[in-house]
Design a protein around this ligand. Sequence first.
Ligand code: HEC
Ligand code: HEC
Length: 291
Amino acid sequence: MGYRIAGVVLFAICSVLIGEMNYSSRLPQVRLTQGKEGFEKYCRKCHSLEAGESGFGPTLHRIASVAPTRRSGQSAVEYLWESVVDPAAFKATEGIMPVGLASEIGREKLFQIISYLMSVEGNRDYASLWGVASKWQPVASEVKGEVEWSLMRLNRGKELFYGKGKCAECHILNPVNSADYLLAPSLSGVGVNDEAYLRESLNCPSCYLSRGYRFGKAMIEDELVSGRLIEREDGLILVNRKDSGYLVTKISKNADVEWSETKTSLMPAYADGAFSSEEMDDLILFLKSLR
Ligand code: HEC
Ligand code: HEC
């Protein structure tokens, strides 16, 4: 009896070891429950699976169908795997994925998580996924993650951006067409600037106007119209915010209208206690994450 148990245990240890060494030649059993648990633990804090607005990251609703359309020449499984192991390779939306997450999770667990994401839409191409997963080289030095960041603070910064700061009334983070930055520049990519620049942009918007942005005012039928000034061959355009859209005023060249340029940005200054210093730090952290 004693021998038999020892034998079984020995066999189990051997197969675990062999399994580890030969991971690339063997498709692991797909365990969707484990994948779901992994998703809840590692991904849910930033991603939802429901349609619409997500948390700090975009929703992964229908991601298996979206994935093959993201980068030309990349299959769904290649894109999904790369999204986690090399988040900097492609920006789907604003924000940053933590570097080193994949190394922390490990190859097989990540395989289960992504299999689960695929299964939600009936995609069972697990063998191709393992084909990609088995070739991946984890980077040991990444395990701890070099970027020091706090999810809570990032989230607070994001809330301030959309809420109290009302930044989104003028700035569209993921512009789809040029009308989206008619009034204010898109802030996607603004995180490459240093912190001092971002702070000054908030404290004193008029100290340095973003390239391509000028402001002006004109008297039109006894009413003072002001806004972003765009000078064109056939005249002037003034753009300002109105309700949840824009007010675009065109002034043709031969119209007899007095106008002047001002050096004051449309963007309000947030220097005087609009935010506490902590709030300002969180907002800056959020802006830094827009790469
Ligand atoms: C700290 C927040 C955070 C965590 C944790 C996180 N992500 Fe992300 N993820 C993001 C952000 C922000 C983006 C958008 C920027 C980008 O594409 O790099 C993103 C993008 C993605 C995309 C591309 C989405 C698209 O529409 O193309 C996939 C896929 C993805 N994440 C999967 C995962 C998986 C799987 C996990 C868990 C193992 C995970 N993420 C954990 C923040 C996070
Ligand atoms: C009323 C509209 C409006 C609001 C509200 C607004 N902005 Fe702006 N913002 C602008 C305009 C217009 C510019 C370009 C002119 C300039 O540099 O001031 C700008 C420029 C910026 C820049 C510099 C961008 C660059 O590439 O140089 C940053 C950063 C910025 N805004 C962040 C914010 C944040 C954060 C908030 C919310 C706390 C905010 N803005 C609220 C209109 C607005």
